[in-house]
Structures are given as structure tokens and as C-alpha cells.
Design a protein around this ligand. Structure first.
Ligand SMILES: C[S@@+](CC[C@H](N)C(=O)[O-])C[C@H]1O[C@@H](n2cnc3c(N)ncnc32)[C@H](O)[C@@H]1O
Length: 305
């Protein structure tokens, strides 16, 4: 996937502070000088909200507790844990990985370095799926990662069953924990391992297939920047033009869509024309593209005959 005018075409990530050796704490706490939450936050080079979030993580205390007890001495292991998290953040590690979770579609999801951090613009794909899925249908999510799309669909539409796939067993383990966390039993959301359509039985057909596949070009310099440096390469990059996964998904869709069923995919801001062409080449109909809130082509739709 190539770059958007001002931001990576990969789902945009919050900017991490630069790994700048000059960015250091004003006064590192010493062994004989216990420190407080207020002091650690005030002395942190991180934005205040980030420092506070990392201190919540290090202490296991909620924001309200830290506010009410901000001037009390912290246990040494807590301040040391905070300083270790702060140091990782200064080097650019994503806040979501340091805290082990990210909000998506109003749901808190576990994330770790086995999965892409779900992006806000992917919520458009969930909206599109929930609007188009026929009552009682089974929906397929290809390349589920943390399970974000599949879980949001299943939670929003209690009448649907969802099947979610990924080639990464580590990602599926995270997705399964997230499904359990949101009360989704295997009869509502089932997981399969395999590369794209290979995870699906030859005769299996779905009323709706969604995917947010990797779509960055292998050589895109954005892969070496910001949060993308820390995310799994196989979740981001897909061949010399970023379209390898989308090619495979489009080509296999007609064999796995029910008559009139929709394929909806997320893609890069400059890939709309290429993806429409892949969909038309696969024989899909009513092919069209939806813009995201930033005005970029983001979702392409196609319907089986
Ligand atoms: C861009 S991430 C999207 C993750 C999640 N759906 C989301 O929107 O947050 C793409 C996902 O596709 C998976 N993937 C990459 N290659 C795959 C393949 N050949 N077959 C199935 N899944 C694949 C990755 O492991 C990753 O979880």
C-alpha cells in the first residue's frame, strides 16, 4: 500500500513520539527518594494523558484513584514499571501494545504484537457489514487479526453467525480471547486457520464476506515509521504493489459468495481503481467504492451474480 497525501495509507496510527535521545525525564527518581504519581507524570516527557495511562497500567490503579492519591509515595516496583513503559514509549512503542488493549467500535480489545492495532477507519467496514448482512446470515471475515471486525459485527448484530480466519495462529489466539471477553460463544463466532480461501471448505458460501487485508507495498517507506515498525509485517505488507492479498480475495470470492452476496474490502486511499478492476475481473457486479471521513477511497463493494 502506498502513502496517503499526509499519512500512511495503512490504517492511520496515532503518532508515536520520536525516538529522540534528547527526550529524557527531567529528574529520574533515585532509590532513596520515593516518588508520587503527580511527580512522575509532571516530570515525564510524554504527553500528560499518555503518562497517566502508562501509570494506570504500571500501578493497576484506575485514573480516579491516581487523581485522588496523586501526592502519596508509590511503591518502588510501580515507579520502576512505569519508567520502563515510559522508556519504551519514548522509543516509539505503540501505547496500545504497552497497555495491551485498544478500543474499537466501543469495545475494548486485547492486542499484542501478534496482531494489527485496530484502526478507527475500519469501523466503516463494520458499519457496511451490519447494514448489508441479511437477517440470520453467516458472515465471513478474512484476516481477522485481533478479531476486531468479526467481534464488532457479532456484538452489533445478534442474529448473525460469523466465521473469522487468519493464517497466524498467534493472532487467532488473541482473537479467541477477545471473543470470550465479549461473550461470543463458538456458535456465534468461529475461527479457522489458513491462508485466505484455503481456510474455507470448497463448497462453503456466505451471504457477506468482509476483509481488511494487508495492503501496503513491500517497499513502502511508511513501514519503517511510527507504529507500523512494531506491527507484524504480514499484517501490513502484501507484495510489490500491496495488492497480492486483495487479488487473491477478489479472485476466490465468486466461488464462496451466495447468489447476490457482497464482498466488501478495505484498501489504501489510492487503490480504489485497482480494486474495482480486480472485482470486475473476478465477475462481481454493482462494483463501487466508498470514501472514508477524510475523503479517501477506502472500501470497495462487489456483488456475486
Ligand atoms: C491489516 S490486518 C487486519 C486485522 C483485522 N482484521 C483488523 O482490521 O484490525 C491483516 C490480517 O490478515 C492476516 N493475513 C495476512 N496474510 C494472510 C493470509 N495469507 N491468509 C489469511 N490471513 C492473512 C494477518 O495475519 C492480519 O491479521
Amino acid at each position: 500500500m502506498t502513502a496517503a497525501p499526509a499519512a500512511p495509507a495503512a490504517p492511520a496510527a496515532p503518532a508515536a513520539p520520536a525516538a529522540d535521545p534528547a527526550v529524557v525525564r527531567a529528574a529520574p527518581p533515585t532509590a532513596d527518594a520515593p516518588t508520587s504519581a503527580d511527580h512522575l507524570i509532571a516530570a515525564s516527557p510524554l504527553p500528560r494523558a499518555e503518562a497517566r495511562r502508562l501509570l494506570e497500567q504500571a500501578s493497576g490503579r484506575r485514573r480516579e484513584w491516581l487523581l485522588a492519591h496523586g501526592d502519596e509515595p508509590l511503591d518502588r516496583p510501580v515507579s520502576e514499571h512505569f519508567l520502563a513503559l515510559e522508556a519504551s514509549r519514548i522509543k516509539g512503542a505503540p501505547l496500545a501494545y504497552l497497555c495491551g488493549e485498544r478500543e474499537f467500535y466501543g469495545l475494548t480489545l486485547e492486542v499484542d504484537q501478534a496482531v494489527l492495532i485496530p484502526r478507527p477507519e475500519t469501523e466503516l467496514l463494520v458499519n457496511a457489514a451490519c447494514e448489508r448482512a441479511p437477517p440470520g446470515a453467516t458472515v465471513l471475515d478474512l484476516g481477522t487479526g485481533s478479531g476486531a471486525i468479526a467481534i464488532a459485527i457479532a456484538v452489533t448484530r445478534a442474529d448473525l453467525q460469523v466465521v473469522a480466519t487468519d493464517r497466524s495462529g498467534e493472532a487467532l489466539a488473541v482473537a479467541a480471547r477477545n471473543a470470550a471477553r465479549h461473550g461470543l460463544a463458538p456458535n456465534r463466532l468461529g475461527f479457522r486457520t489458513g491462508s485466505w480461501w484455503q481456510a474455507i471448505a470448497p463448497a462453503e458460501r456466505f451471504a457477506l464476506v468482509v476483509s481488511n487485508p494487508p495492503y501496503i507495498a513491500d517497499t513502502d517507506p511508511h513501514l519503517a515509521e511510527g507504529d507500523l515498525r512494531f506491527e507484524p509485517r504480514h499484517a501490513l505488507a502484501s507484495g510489490s504493489d500491496g495488492l497480492d492479498a486483495l487479488r487473491e480475495i477478489a479472485a476466490g470470492a465468486p466461488a464462496h459468495l451466495a447468489a447476490g452476496g457482497w464482498l466488501v474490502v478495505e484498501h489504501g486511499w489510492d487503490q480504489g481503481a485497482a480494486v474495482r478492476s480486480l472485482f470486475l475481473g473476478a465477475g462481481l457486479e454493482d462494483v463501487h467504492t466508498q470514501h472514508d471521513l477524510a475523503g479517501h477511497e477506502r472500501l470497495t463493494f462487489g456483488r456475486a451474480q
